[in-house]
Ligand binder design. Structure first.
Ligand code: SAH
Length: 388
C-alpha cells in the first residue's frame, strides 16, 4: 500500500508516540481520499505505524497505531484500555457520569465519549475519526449496552476538517436530558442543547473541593453554566450562592438543579449577565468567587488577547472579594499553560493590590488523562487563592 513518508530527521515525534503529523514533516504523500488511514514510514522505509490523513487540516495526520499493529485493531484495543482505565474508580451508587474516552489522552485522536448514566454521548472532531465512527459505536455498544448513543459534534474545529456539525441519535431513542449523580449530588444534564457533551465532567474534583471549603461563605459563581459549583457550595454549608452566566437556558437548568438537591430557591440569585460587567456592580458582598470562563484562547494567536481577558476578570475578582476570602480561578485554554496562567494571576494580584496566596492547584479530573507522549492533552488548570 502507498505510504506517507516522513522527511529525514522529522520522525522523532512519531517515534516518541506523539499523535500529530504536520505537513512540514512529510516528504511523500501518496494519492488518497481525505480521512483515509495510511501507513507512515520514516525516510529509510521503516514502518512507524498508521495514521489518518486530511489535507484540509492544519494537522495533516494523526496516528492511530504505532509499530506494526493494524489500525482498526489498535482503535478497538484503545477503546478497551480507556474503559479499563476508568473501571473500579467510581462507586456507581455515588457517581454515574464519566468521560470514557479523552481523545489523544487515551490514544484515540479526535474522539470524546462521555457516559451519563446509561446514555453515551460522542463528540467527533476529525474526518478520520468520523470514518471510524461505525467501528467505535459498534464496539462501545457491545461493551456498555447503553440505552442510547447520541452525537454532539458541534466543534468549530470540524469546519477546518471539511465537516459540518453533526448532532443526533446514533443508537436507541432520543434523550432530552438525563439525571446523573456525582459524589452523591444530583444534576440534570441537558443532552439536546447543552454545552460540551452536556456537563463539565472535567470539574468533578473542583466541585468536591468547593463543597469542602464553602461553609459559611457567600459565593459568587461566575460563568456558572448549570450551577454545579453553586449547588456544591450550598450543600457544603455556604450561606448563599449567586450564579452569573450569559446563557438563560443554562441558568434555568441551574435553578432546577437547586430543586433537585432540595435547596431553597432563595439560597441564591441567578443573573443572566456578562461577568465582565457583573464584577463591576457596586453591591457585591461575596467572600468566595469562582471564575470558570470558556477558553479565551482557541488558537495560539489568541494568547495575548486571552491573557488580557483572564487578567481583567481576575483583577476584578481579587479587588471585589470580601476578605478574608477565596477565589477559585480557572483557565481551560490549552495554549495558556499553568506557568503563564500563574503569571497572569500574579499581574492581576499586583494590580488589585491584594495579598494573595495559592492554597492549591487543580487540573482536569482524572478521567480526562494527559498522555505523557502528547502533552497537548493537558488543558484545564486552576488555583484556589486566599485573599486577605
Ligand atoms: N463552571 C461551569 C462551566 C462553565 S463553562 C460548570 O462547572 O458547570 C463557561 C460558561 O460561561 C458557559 O456557560 C457560558 O454560557 C458562559 N459565558 C461565556 N462568556 C460569558 C460572559 N462574558 N459572561 C457570563 N457568562 C459567560
Amino acid at each position: 500500500m502507498n505510504a506517507v513518508v516522513l522527511k529525514a530527521g522529522r520522525d522523532k515525534a512519531v517515534r516518541n508516540r506523539h499523535h500529530w503529523i504536520f505537513s512540514g514533516a512529510i516528504r511523500d504523500l501518496p494519492e488518497f481520499e481525505d480521512g483515509a488511514i495510511l501507513p507512515v514510514r520514516d525516510a529509510r522505509g521503516e514502518l512507524l505505524g498508521h495514521g489518518y490523513f486530511n489535507r484540509k487540516s492544519s494537522i495533516t495526520g494523526r496516528m492511530v497505531s504505532f509499530g506494526d499493529e493494524p489500525p482498526e485493531a489498535a482503535v478497538r484495543r484503545g477503546l478497551d484500555r480507556a474503559l479499563a482505565l476508568r473501571a473500579g474508580f467510581f462507586d456507581p451508587a455515588l457517581t454515574t457520569a464519566r468521560r470514557l474516552v479523552n481523545a489523544e489522552g487515551d490514544g484515540l485522536p479526535g474522539l470524546i465519549a462521555d457516559l451519563y448514566g446509561d446514555v453515551l454521548v460522542l463528540q467527533i472532531a476529525t474526518l478520520g475519526m468520523e470514518k471510524l465512527k461505525p467501528l467505535v459505536v459498534e464496539h462501545l455498544v457491545r461493551a456498555l449496552k447503553p440505552r442510547a448513543v447520541l452525537e454532539r459534534s458541534d466543534l468549530p474545529a470540524r469546519r477546518e476538517e471539511g465537516l459540518e456539525d453533526a448532532e443526533g441519535v446514533l443508537a436507541g431513542q432520543p434523550v432530552e436530558r438525563v439525571r446523573i449523580l456525582e459524589n452523591g449530588v444530583s444534576f440534570w444534564v441537558g443532552l439536546a442543547r447543552g454545552q460540551k457533551t452536556g456537563f463539565y465532567l472535567d470539574q468533578r474534583e473542583s466541585r468536591a473541593l468547593v463543597r469542602r471549603v464553602a461553609a459559611g461563605r457567600r459565593l459568587l459563581n461566575a460563568f456558572a453554566y448549570t450551577g454545579s459549583f453553586s449547588v456544591c457550595a450550598l450543600l457544603g454549608g455556604a450561606v448563599r450562592a449567586d450564579s452569573v452566566d450569559t446563557s438563560e437556558a443554562a441558568l434555568a437548568l441551574a435553578q432546577e438543579n437547586f430543586e433537585l438537591n432540595g435547596l431553597p430557591s432563595d439560597a441564591g440569585a441567578f443573573f443572566a449577565q456578562d461577568v465582565f460587567e457583573f464584577l463591576r456592580e457596586p453591591a457585591l458582598d461575596h467572600d468566595f468567587i469562582i471564575l470558570d470562563p470558556p477558553a479565551f484562547a482557541k488558537k495560539r494567536t489568541d494568547v495575548v488577547a486571552a491573557c488580557r481577558g483572564y487578567k481583567d476578570i481576575n483583577r476584578l475578582a481579587l479587588q471585589r472579594v470580601r476578605t478574608p476570602g477565596l477565589v477559585l480561578t480557572f483557565s481551560c485554554s490549552h495554549f495558556v499553560d499553568e506557568v503563564l496562567f500563574q503569571q497572569v494571576v500574579f499581574q492581576a494580584a499586583r494590580e488589585a493590590g491584594r495579598r494573595v496566596r495559592i492554597l492549591q492547584k487543580h487540573r482536569q479530573a482524572f478521567d480526562h488523562p494527559v498522555n505523557i507522549y502528547h502533552p497537548e492533552t493537558a488543558y484545564l488548570k486552576g488555583f484556589l487563592l486566599y485573599v486577605d
